[in-house]
Write a protein that binds this ligand. Structure first.
Ligand SMILES: NC(=O)c1ccc[n+]([C@@H]2O[C@H](COP(=O)([O-])OP(=O)(O)OC[C@H]3O[C@@H](n4cnc5c(N)ncnc54)[C@H](OP(=O)(O)O)[C@@H]3O)[C@@H](O)[C@H]2O)c1
Length: 372
């Protein structure tokens, strides 16, 4: 399908649940896209959704939505278990696809949808919205510049409890529920963005009443030098933050890790030599004497507690920089801008969330879930 170049790109929403509502609300931040149609399994649901978000074409089936010639791209906002069929439906109709995370439930399903996108020469991207947030773009730049040196470790958690409902997409195995598919996907995707595909995978899970993993811990190894240690949960709250450890510094991703606004970078400055801390006659400088004094006193604990940035800098030579760039609205519109940019450039995949990466992530997910 050719994309209109003079008018905003026409979007359709497939599925009218929670995230679809947030996605539609975020359209107010976009100049280059307009909502043309909405498709639901029920006509009445489509009508109510369309009325609320002023979407003119309201369809009582997904097929009718993809048959609308004004719809150029479709956002799929359904449970993971039906992503494969929904993607196939859109691609067969020649519509560009932005599909919610996880792209599919298994690596094999991901292979199938990517093969069809390739065959049909139609755009497809996993809606891993976190990657497109301004602060995560900053993180990518910092890592690419080598700001924290060679990366050795990524540790993070996403413990975010949902009310127990065995029928919900979070707890229902038949809808693609479970901690890994619903929460761990964010951590796995970040780890993949940082290191690429892992060379080894170890995981442990705790299953709940509905049969899905409610908590999963996983350890990923990358070659000989790098590790990721990650934990996710749908029943227990965690810190929801992360840290990337490099040879020259540490980069913290502040909570919530799936939608952060803030990063801090601690640069490990080379430790001062004894020569710089001593006078030419060998006696310690006043500054060094004060540091030695403070190190032995309760004053040090106070300094660390009250002024962590200052104390790190003075006592350990650690320099901290804070980056703050909160997303506008729900933050779901940045990925739409990326899809539009790709469509206008005639691309079938995004360099920020390419097919190979979604496939690698789903294959790692298969290994983690098989061990659990
Ligand atoms: N990016 C984010 O922040 C974010 C947040 C939450 C969820 N998600 C992802 O978005 C997707 C949807 O999550 P959600 O919270 O919006 O789910 P939800 O509230 O349960 O809504 C899912 C919608 O999918 C449609 N659907 C199609 N087949 C279905 C089936 N067999 N059972 C139930 N619903 C079905 C329904 O729409 P109709 O009745 O209109 O057909 C339903 O309203 C999931 O893949 C999830 O991982 C992303």
């Amino acid at each position: 399908m050719s994309i209109s170049h003079d008018t905003p790109i026409g979007w359709g929403i497939l599925g009218t649940g929670n995230v679809a509502r947030r996605f539609a609300a975020d359209f107010s931040y976009l100049n280059d896209a307009r909502l043309v149609g909405v498709g639901s399994r029920r006509q009445e649901t489509a009508r109510l959704f369309g009325k609320r978000f002023e979407i003119h074409h309201q369809y009582g089936s997904y097929q009718e939505l993809v048959d609308d010639p004004g719809v150029e791209a479709v956002y799929i906002a359904t449970p993971a278990s039906v992503h494969k069929n929904n993607i196939m439906l859109c691609l067969a109709a020649g519509k560009a696809v932005l599909c919610e995370k996880p792209l599919t439930v298994t690596g094999h399903e991901a292979e199938e949808v990517i093969a069809l996108a390739r065959l049909k020469q139609v755009f497809l991207m996993e809606a891993m919205w976190t990657r497109f947030l301004p602060i995560i773009r900053k993180l990518r730049d910092l890592l690419a510049q080598g700001r924290i040196g060679k990366i050795h470790h990524f540790m993070a958690d996403l413990g975010s409890p949902a009310p127990f409902d065995p029928q919900s997409r979070i707890f229902n195995a038949e809808l693609g529920g479970g901690a890994m598919l619903q929460r761990g996907i964010y951590l796995l995707s970040l780890a993949n963005m940082i290191f690429g595909s892992p060379s080894s995978v170890k995981s442990f899970s705790m299953k709940g009443e509905s049969g899905v993993d409610e908590e999963t811990g996983f350890l990923l190894k990358y070659g000989c030098h790098s590790l990721a240690t990650l934990w996710c949960s749908i029943s227990i709250a965690g810190q929801r933050e992360g840290a990337i450890v490099g040879t020259n510094g540490l980069l913290r991703i502040h909570p919530p890790i799936n939608c952060p606004s803030c990063l801090t970078v601690q640069d490990f400055r080379p430790q001062k030599t004894s020569r710089t801390l001593k006078r030419s006659d060998g006696t310690p400088t006043l500054k060094n004497r004060l540091i030695q004094y403070a190190k032995g006193k309760r004053f040090l604990h106070l300094l660390r507690e009250r002024f962590p940035v200052f104390s790190n800098r003075i006592l350990h030579g650690i320099h901290t920089t804070i980056f703050y760039d909160p997303p506008k609205g729900e933050g779901l519109h940045y990925q739409v801008s990326e899809v539009n940019r790709c469509l206008r450039a005639g691309r079938m995949e995004s360099p920020i969330m390419p097919w190979d990466e979604s496939l690698s992530i789903m294959r790692t997910m298969d290994q983690i879930r098989a061990q659990s």
